[in-house]
Design a protein around this ligand. Sequence first.
Ligand code: COA
Length: 172
Amino acid sequence: MTDVPQIPGHTVRAIADGDARELQALFDADPDYFVMAHDRPAAADEVEQIRKALPPGKTQADKFLHLIIDARGHIAGLTDVIRGYPEPRTWYLGFLYLAESARGQGLGRRVLHALYPWVRAKGGTALRLGVVEENAHARHLYATEGFALQVIREPDPSVDRARRVLVLQRAL
Ligand SMILES: CC(C)(COP(=O)(O)OP(=O)(O)OC[C@H]1O[C@@H](n2cnc3c(N)ncnc32)[C@H](O)[C@@H]1OP(=O)(O)O)[C@@H](O)C(=O)NCCC(=O)NCCS
């Protein structure tokens, strides 16, 4: 088994130090998403924060932060997947982000379709994620992919949760 999800037409690889500038530029060009999700534009060290982000009890060894590279070699998006959270066989999609220019062309759905067999092959039996209530586009995608509501998390500044978040899960 190859060690990254396979997305036809794109290359997937682990993030590297040299990617920070291009990725940060995508975030900086997209304040609307960050304001919707976090009530603020992207932080100056947003990439670093994403690289470090881990749920309780998890380590970097459990984290798979992958970039999706388009045919021209540009970053089209990223996925941040955590192995075994909150249950050993449940995997957590901590972040799915596509560059604005890569949206609305079916890539988000193809990314999810690539993740399912990849997670399954590593022993995961469910994929879980949180989506901000206002994120209609992402919610439509997840609903049509069979994700179902598990729990609602109210805003909580102490864990950098500015919005109401719907936690969804799908069996693999
Ligand atoms: C959310 C995101 C991953 C979706 O990926 P995408 O490639 O743009 O979505 P797709 O092209 O695969 O479209 C998925 C569905 O959403 C629909 N859609 C497109 N724009 C929409 C909008 N503004 N509102 C609601 N649905 C929308 C599409 O029609 C499609 O549904 P259909 O197949 O039933 O027609 C991507 O837009 C993104 O990265 N957005 C910014 C970051 C983000 O919100 N991440 C999710 C965090 S949980």
